[in-house]
Design a protein. Structure first.
Length: 247
């Protein structure tokens, strides 16, 4: 029986894979997390509808993509399935990536337990989640989010799930002021109601002019340079690399 598209909101990347945020995130994730993917022969990409951001993760010996929405999979490849019930054997992968996925899952510990199960001892889990519950808006509702995170909240969840966190940082710090203004403007317009509406089939991203696109992309370059040397103290995303213990 075919898997139906997710009721939790389709990835916006299905509509606009070239959006500045996806291009910038690809660069930032490669900088922060790329080294942890070195040497990984068997890779699982959970929630691969956001594939525009993880091109740096491809090219491994065995790269498996999984998404609950079949539109997020390349034709003829990948597996339709849920992150809370991964259809793979124990210890099947050296690395699992879940980029803006865990915030959709309830209960949270179910998806983390599944990731830990399919990882080999010493394997890495690479994760991103949206930052700060106080920035919740109708955009989260449309995306089918269950929660947003602080860095501490993300680290605690992973440690409680049996992982060893090796790096945890915020990202999109340079664009964070503009992000906060946009979310606060939504509140002023009375658009933020947790029980208002529901998840969209495919979430529509804000339109940006070519000039704004270039400015936001340039600000992302600032983040990239800093993240190559150190963690960022704030931002609209949390990026974490964690390891499954050897024993």
């Amino acid at each position: 029986m075919p898997v139906k598209p997710s009721a939790n909101g389709g990835s916006a990347s299905l509509d606009r894979s070239d959006y500045w945020w996806y291009r910038t995130r690809a660069r930032l994730l490669g900088t922060v997390l790329g080294a942890y993917a070195d040497g990984a022969a068997d890779v699982l990409d959970v929630g691969s509808a956001d594939g525009p951001s993880v091109g740096w993760l491809r090219g491994r010996s065995h790269h498996v993509t999984l998404d609950i929405d079949p539109r997020g999979l390349a034709p003829g490849s990948g597996v339709c399935g849920s992150a809370t019930g991964l259809p793979f054997a124990d210890a099947a992968f050296d690395l699992v990536g879940a980029f803006d996925v865990v915030e959709h899952c309830d209960p949270e510990d179910a998806v983390l337990a599944e990731v830990r199960r399919v990882l080999r001892p010493g394997g890495y889990f690479l994760m991103t989640v949206p930052a700060y519950q106080w920035l919740w808006s109708d955009f989260d509702v449309q995306n089918g989010h269950v929660r947003r995170y602080t860095r501490g909240r993300a680290v605690s969840a992973l440690e409680d799930g049996g992982f060893e966190v090796v790096r945890a940082t915020y990202a999109f710090a340079a664009t964070f002021p503009a992000f906060v203004v946009e979310r606060l403007a939504r509140r002023v317009r009375g658009l933020v109601r947790r029980d208002d509406g529901g998840a969209a089939d495919i979430v529509r991203l804000p339109r940006t002019s070519p000039v704004v696109d270039r400015v936001l992309t340039a600000l992302g370059t600032v983040d990239d340079r800093v993240l190559a040397r150190r963690d960022l103290p704030f931002g609209s995303s949390v990026v974490v690399a964690a390891r499954k213990p050897l024993s």
